[in-house]
Design a protein. Sequence first.
Length: 212
Amino acid sequence: MKMLVVDDHAVLRQGLAALLKDSGVATEVLHAADRAQGLAILAANTDLDAVLLDLKLPDSEGLSAITAFAQTSPATPIIIVSASEHPAEVRRALDMGALGYVPKSATPETLISAVRLVMAGGIYVPPLVLNAPPSPDGQVETLTPRQREVLAVVAAGFSNKQISARFNLSEKTVKVHVGAIFRALGVVNRTQAATAARAAGLSLPELPAADA
C-alpha cells in the first residue's frame, strides 16, 4: 500500500514512515510538512491508499485540513494522528470525514492496528470514545438511498468486499459509504450502526447471511 504522512515534524514523519513499512502495512510512504504540500502530493498521486494527517500544521487551522483533503480525494481514507485526546475533537474529526483518530500518545502497535482497521473498512477512535453509547442525535434521514442499501447489508454481516461485489462498486467507494453511514448515525462500528438504525425505526430488508 502507498500512504502519505502529513506532519510538520520531520522526526515524527520519518518515524511513522519507518513504522508503516517495517510492519508491512505500507510499501511506500510519501511525506509532507504542511497542508499545501500534502494536498499537492495527494492530487498528484491518485493511487494513495490512506493519508495520516496531523491537525496542527503551520498553514492550516485545525480540523479544516480534513475537509480540504477529503475534497481533494473523497475516496482516500484520512487517519488523524493528533496530540489531542479530547472526545469532542475526536467526534468532530469523524463528523468531518476522518475514518481514524489515533492519539500521538498511542503505542506503535495501536497505530498499526488502527491503520489496518481503517484499511479493512472500519473506523478507529480512542477506546474512551469507542466504548461510548451511540450518539442519540444521529440523522438516519440524511442517508442516501445507496447508503441505506449499504447499511442493510452491513447489518446483515457482509464485508466490504462482499458489498463491493453485490453492488458492483469499488472497495474504496464502499469504504466511503460505510464511513458516511457511521458519521450520520453517530456510531463507530458495524454493530452499533445496525443497532442505531433499528432504534431509529429504519426498515432494513431481510437478507441472506453473508457467505464465509
